[in-house]
Ligand binder design. Structure first.
Ligand code: KIV
Length: 280
């Protein structure tokens, strides 16, 4: 089975149904997400917070991203796999951006890369696209530079901010991105951007009018409970389920109930008898 291509993703803006995207960081979850028919799997640099325990996405390195992208790529048959370019892997120079982006494709089996920014990264997006690397944009709240945006909060509420986000989205689309993430922007602004652009918008905290939606998998499964943004819907409370399983295991081992006969291997009695007699 071939993976979904950027051309098919773009066509979905007109044809529907809406695009679905989730993050994955390892083989098991990537398999489950792919088998569920989700269209795009993002190996997000949210990896830094939900898997590696950093306070932000800023410290995430290329090597960390590639390691997890490889695991995800090994699992995925149908979805498009997108590698998130970490902070400072595309800002220093276009050559650097090209070199790093190509590693996601050549070494890690990704189909595309995502990078954050608007007008400021448009030339870089153009360079990658010209070289044959499909690029997904990301505007609005850009977590890698959240501190200069005043923290993790909704963006584009006043006219100047809204105009900036609108122009950023236009610039990334004109530079050749095949889709764009809109993070934490008011639903009306996201609606306007969606109807203006010819490429699909994928919202996270950007309301229902985007062409698709993305969530961090660990958030929507209730696996990451350090903080929960307003836009997250928890489809299951896996933290509680998992803790319950761990407690049952501990209780059963301590009580000598696990492993039972069912989980044990039989046979070898004669060998044991022989060893016992040798010991005499
Ligand atoms: O890193 C990530 O998971 C992301 C999504 C929030 C879009 O960029």
């Amino acid at each position: 089975m071939a993976r979904i291509t950027p051309v098919e993703i773009k066509q979905r803006k007109e044809s529907g149904p809406k695009l679905t995207m989730l993050t994955a960081y390892d083989f098991s979850f990537a398999s489950l997400i792919d088998e569920s028919g989700i269209d795009l799997i993002l190996v997000g640099d949210s990896l830094g917070m939900v898997v590696l325990g950093y306070d932000s996405t800023v410290p995430v390195t290329m090597e960390e991203m590639l390691h997890h992208c490889k695991a995800v790529s090994r699992a995925v048959k149908r979805a498009m796999v997108i590698g998130d370019m970490p902070f400072m892997s595309y800002q220093i120079s276009q050559e650097d951006a090209l070199k790093n982006a190509s590693r996601f494709i050549k070494e890690a089996g990704c189909d595309a890369v995502k990078l954050e920014g608007g007008v400021n990264v448009a030339r870089t997006v153009e360079r990658l696209v010209t070289a044959g690397i499909p690029v997904m944009g990301h505007v609005g709240l850009t977590p890698q530079t959240a501190s200069s945006l005043g923290g993790f909060k909704v963006q584009g509420k006043d006219l100047d901010d809204a105009k900036k986000i609108f122009h950023d989205a236009m610039a990334v689309a004109q530079a050749g991105a095949f889709a764009i993430v809109l993070e934490c922007v008011p639903a009306e602004l996201a609606g306007l951007i969606t109807e203006t652009l010819t490429i699909p918008t994928i919202g996270i905290g950007a309301g229902p009018r985007c062409d698709g939606q993305v969530l961090v998998t660990n958030d929507m499964l209730g696996l990451f409970d350090k903080f929960t943004p307003k836009f997250v819907k928890k489809y299951i409370d896996l933290s509680s389920e998992i803790k319950r399983a761990f407690l049952s295991y501990k209780r059963e081992v301590e009580a000598g109930e696990f492993p039972s006969k069912k989980e044990s291997f039989s046979g070898g009695e004669e060998a044991v008898l022989a060893i016992k007699s040798m010991k005499k």
